[in-house]
Design a protein around this ligand. Sequence first.
Ligand SMILES: [Cu+2]
Length: 161
Amino acid sequence: MKIFLSILTLIGFFIGCNNSTTSKSVKSLKKEKVIQIQDEIKIILNSNDLMQFDKKVLSARPGQKVTLTLNHTGRGNKMIMGHNFVLLKSGVDVDVFARKAVEARNTEYIPEGDEMIAYTKLIGGGESVTISFEAPEKGIYNFICTFPAHYQLMSGQLIVK
Ligand SMILES: [Cu+2]
């Protein structure tokens, strides 16, 4: 009888252990999921036929995966009213870069060089484009549309903090 009881206790002990391990791993799984969601941010940026972005300020955390969708809600043909999103590295002179970009007509106003953190292709009315990039270190980064004569109106800042 004594042996039987101790076997029962032993079984109970094992079951107890298993249960606690299972609930523990479920808990840590849930935690990981929450962290993953926070590590990605989705941004929707709209542009229109009036040469406007609907946001002047975007924000992200350092190292966060940024998935950005640029929509062109207008009707303009991309050769006349094309838009893109070009995110510049810190310290890049926006005016100098924009002048260089205008020359890059063959590559839809994306110039060669390493001044950009990320960029989309050029889109026309009714089109959308999505890109993903890693948010840089803390700082303030300029973004513009590089289509000729657009950046004075179509610019903003990504604030990473
Ligand atoms: Cu534009």
